[in-house]
Design a protein around this ligand. Structure first.
Ligand SMILES: [Zn+2]
Ligand SMILES: [Zn+2]
Length: 242
């Protein structure tokens, strides 16, 4: 067992995941809170670095996710597991829809702020972006591998974003229990969601899409919520008062 690789994978998983749930999902897609300009730019850049080779363009992510809520588990849903025979087929379609929104954003809401950073967004579309990240990961791994076959773990770093997306999109609408009866098939997959930082409380989230805390029952816990709450205490974000 190479503990350094295990640690690298766990650290990458959670930093990338926090950027996804905090910045791409709760902020860019739902505008559950607002960020001062420099905090917005900091997390944009952190998302760019943390997701690395699988960086997800925040505006395209937000447009895709807004369509998911609007058409949840209908034929127009960009990634309902109930219309695909396998997780791979669902993710290939999501990949296709996502890239068409990166090239040609459409469906923007007029009253919604979609974060953009033209320089980073343009660079992320190039092949050099992927090659650069492969180089960075391989360079960092050269310090921790004890045998050449261990470079095969790089594939998990390269696909970090899509792996997390696939787990949420598939299991979150297929496996688990429901607290609320909704027209869609959303589920809460894990009673305590350490694994995907609250993203697997899909049923709770579809019932209350603007609630910052995805956990609703006494036995549920959303690990991202206390971090966001703490950031509010330190005035790093502002939560919209309804
Ligand atoms: Zn959902
Ligand atoms: Zn959502």
């Amino acid at each position: 067992m190479n503990w350094s690789i295990a640690l690298a994978l766990v650290a990458h998983w959670y930093i990338s995941l926090f950027c996804q749930t905090f910045y791409l999902h709760r902020y860019a897609s739902h505008a559950m809170f607002t960020l001062p300009f420099w905090v917005d730019r900091f997390f944009y850049f952190l998302t760019f670095c943390a997701q690395g080779a699988s960086f997800l363009n925040p505006k395209a992510y937000a447009l895709l996710h807004q369509a998911h809520h609007k058409y949840s588990d209908t034929e127009k849903d960009p990634h309902s597991p109930h219309f695909y025979p396998s997780i791979k087929k669902m993710m290939l379609k999501t990949f296709h829809d996502y890239h068409s929104l990166v090239r040609n954003p459409k469906g923007e809401r007029e009253d919604h702020y979609y974060p953009e950073w033209p320089l980073l967004d343009k660079f992320a579309k190039t092949k050099f972006h992927t090659i650069l990240w492969i180089g960075i990961y391989a360079f960092l791994y050269s310090f921790i591998v004890t045998s050449p076959w261990q470079y095969s773990f790089l594939i998990l770093h390269l696909l970090m974003g899509p792996l997390q997306g696939a787990a949420v999109n598939w299991f979150g609408h297929k496996l688990g229990y429901r607290n609320y009866s909704l027209p869609d098939q959303s589920k809460n997959t894990l009673p305590i969601d350490f694994f995907l930082m609250g993203e697997l409380y899909q049923n709770n989230h579809h019932q209350f899409p603007m609630d910052l805390n995805f956990a609703k029952k006494w036995f549920e816990w959303d690990p991202a919520y206390p971090i966001i709450f703490l950031m509010k205490k330190f005035h790093l974000l502002r939560i919209q008062e309804s």
